[in-house]
Every structure is written in C-alpha cells, then in structure tokens.
Design a protein around this ligand. Structure first.
Ligand SMILES: Cc1cc2nc3c(=O)[nH]c(=O)nc-3n(C[C@H](O)[C@H](O)[C@H](O)COP(=O)(O)OP(=O)(O)OC[C@H]3O[C@@H](n4cnc5c(N)ncnc54)[C@H](O)[C@@H]3O)c2cc1C
Length: 337
C-alpha cells in the first residue's frame, strides 16, 4: 500500500474540486484491507472509499482516511454453452471492462459504455444507461465486511437492486468495501435497442442488423455529443435521479403539459428530471462558475474554479425552483460529502 498525508483530491473527483484528504491510501492488495482497520479507525464518517470520483461532490476537506483501491485483475472464471462468467476486481476502470466484453462479443454491458468510474462502485447505484443496468448481468458481489473483517459474497437477489439503488445504500451502508464483481455475459448477445435515440442513430448510419459492437459504438457517439467530458468541464453526470411519481400526480402534470415524457415503472411513472429542469427555465442556466449543461440540463457543470459548496447551493436552487413549479422534490444521485 501507499500512504500520502494531506493529499489533494483535485484529480480524484470529476468535478475537480480542490480539497484535501487527511490521509490517502492506495490499497494494492485485497489482503491489505484487514491491516488497515485498526490503525486508521475506519468508522463511519472517518473514512471513504474513492474510486474514480465520478459520483461524488466534495464540499469540504476530508479529515479522515481515503482508501483508493488499485487491484484490478480480470479473470474468466468459467464458461458454458451460452455464457462466460468473468470476475473483475474493484479497481478496474469500468469502461475497460465494457471494451473487453464487447471485443469478445460477450453481451450484457455494452450499453453501459463510457460510464466513468470503477468496477467497485458500479453495484452501489446499479449503474444504468440506454435500457441496460448492471443488475441484468451481475451474478454476485464480493465485499470486505467492516463489521467482522471477513470477505463475503452477496448474490444478485440479495443486492436488492432498483433504479440507482441497492442494498449498499440501505442496510449495508458504511459496512462494506466492494472488492470484486462477477458478471454473466452472453455468448449469443441480442442488442438492446429500446431507446429511441440509439435506434435512430443506427438507422442514420445505415445499420439495420446491429451487433453489440455497433450499439456500443453508437452509444459512445451519442454520449460524446450530449455529455460534457469531465476532463475538460468538471461534472459528475446526472446530478439528480429521475423522479418516480404516482398516476394522479402524473395526470395533473399532463393536463398542463400534454407533451410530458414518461416511462411506466410498475404502477408508478418515471419522468425525466431533465425535462422538469428545462420546463423550470433552467436549461443552460449559469450562476458564476456553476451551471446546467446546455445539451443536458440534468448535468451540473463546474465551468472553472467553483467550490463544492457553490455547486451544492446551485443544486439546491434547482431543487427549490422545480419543487415550486411542479411540487416534485428532486433527489440527488451524486454523493455529497
Ligand atoms: C460524464 C458522466 C457520465 C455518467 N453517466 C452515468 C450513467 O450513464 N449511468 C450511471 O449509472 N452513472 C453515470 N455516471 C455516474 C458515475 O460514473 C457512476 O456512478 C460510477 O459507478 C461511479 O464510479 P466511481 O468509481 O467514480 O465512484 P466514486 O465517485 O469514486 O464513488 C461513488 C460512491 O461509491 C463509493 N465507492 C466507490 N468504490 C467503492 C468500493 N469499492 N467499495 C465501497 N464503496 C465504494 C464511494 O464511497 C461513493 O460513495 C456518470 C458520471 C459522469 C461524470
């Protein structure tokens, strides 16, 4: 392991907030986790696991200890007639795993191309995009249990996956360090095209029988055009979750706005937070160094040297404006620290 004191996190969060960590430890082996517990008091609020920092907003210096996992092995653990099972360690870059599987024509995560961050963070909010979610191919998650210092595995069902949700945000919160995930990928992949933009772009490119490679490439193109590159403009992707509302509430919005986009989710209705923000007059809205991204207002961007507090205040302003107009409370997707 490597230990640094008073360490700048500017390059370790995609908002590029300039804060320091009291201690920053690069954990190179799973076995090192056990050694770390005693000396660094890894209790809630005192420590944080940091992957790529692409789903975090730091609002102040972090006084405790930050652990950054660098173990990143990928192993094909077994294969049967239809599936290949792969185990990827937490420190691996998520998009490298997507590229690996697409190159081998193994289906299941191709629509999750270009999501920043690490494999270890992916199950926590059940990353999803363009009609696919991690839960669709995840077999199990291996984690270090901080309560008894044992390595455990938890299967897909026990992960209690939902929309941007899992057991890691509920009963296991602050009690775990994810060390690896195991995925089951199809040897006979069927492309998922139920997102209008993906199908449209494929047809514009003259592709009528797309492979998962085609789908993944088109999604990379769409994302490059639509989303700000965190290397150039600080951001953490969607700042808020899409709200899920009941039928009555939806009907009252539809009366006033017949064009409101919606997706049915069991007996509730999900409406895009981006639409609510746009209809609240905040698309491309900017205040000082913070703004909503003109091409995708759900993304809050740091145009320069904004502090985490400024970004949080800006997010609050969006929440208040949307709540006043639609009586819907937007919930952050980003972890505010
Ligand atoms: C441009 C952009 C686009 C994005 N698009 C999408 C998208 O389409 N879909 C989507 O779902 N997300 C998206 N995101 C959000 C983000 O990429 C994902 O949430 C990603 O999984 C975060 O990974 P990370 O390694 O950066 O996590 P971090 O930001 O480092 O951490 C996120 C949380 O997970 C915890 N954590 C991280 N690793 C571990 C571990 N090994 N064990 C325990 N806890 C851990 C952290 O403590 C923190 O609470 C986007 C972000 C950006 C910047």
């Amino acid at each position: 392991m490597k230990l640094f004191e008073n360490y700048s996190l500017k390059e370790f969060n995609t908002f590029h907030i300039d804060v320091n960590a009291g201690k920053f430890i690069v954990v190179e082996k799973i076995t090192e986790l056990d050694e770390l517990i005693g000396p660094f008091e890894l209790s809630a609020g005192k420590f944080l696991i940091l992957g790529g920092g692409s789903n975090i907003l730091f609002t102040k210096d972090f006084d405790g200890t930050i652990l950054h996992l660098s173990f990143n092995q990928l192993t094909e653990i077994k294969s049967d007639d239809n599936f290949t099972y792969i185990k990827a360690e937490a420190g691996m870059i998520w998009d490298d795993l997507v590229k690996y599987s697409v190159d081998k024509n193994l289906g299941g995560i191709e629509n999750l191309a270009m999501i920043p961050g690490t494999v270890g963070a992916a199950p926590i909010q059940n990353i999803g995009a363009y009609g696919q979610e991690l839960k669709d191919s995840l077999v199990e998650v291996e984690y270090f249990d901080l309560t008894d210092r044992k390595i455990k595995t938890i299967d897909n069902e026990k992960c209690q996956f939902g929309y941007r949700d899992s057991v890691f945000k509920k009963s296991l919160k602050n009690k775990f360090i994810i060390t690896s995930v195991t995925l089951r990928l199809s040897k006979y992949p069927v492309p998922i095209l139920n997102y209008g933009t993906v199908a449209n772009e494929l047809s514009k490119s003259g592709i009528d029988k797309p492979t998962i490679k085609d789908v993944s490439s088109i999604i990379r193109k769409i994302r490059t055009e639509k989303l700000p590159d965190p290397n150039h403009i600080g951001n953490a992707g969607s700042f808020f979750k899409n709200p899920v509302i009941d039928e009555n509430k939806f009907e009252s919005i539809k009366e006033k706005y017949p064009d409101v986009p919606s997706f049915r989710q069991e007996n509730k209705i999900k409406i895009p937070a981006a639409w609510l923000i746009e209809k609240s007059g905040l698309k491309g809205f900017r205040k000082g160094n913070v703004g909503t991204y003109p091409n995708q207002p759900l993304v809050i961007v740091n145009y320069g040297t904004a502090s985490g507090k400024e970004i949080l205040e800006f997010a609050q302003l969006i929440q208040d404006t949307v709540s006043e107009k639609f009586q819907i409370q937007l919930e952050p997707e980003v972890n505010v620290i």
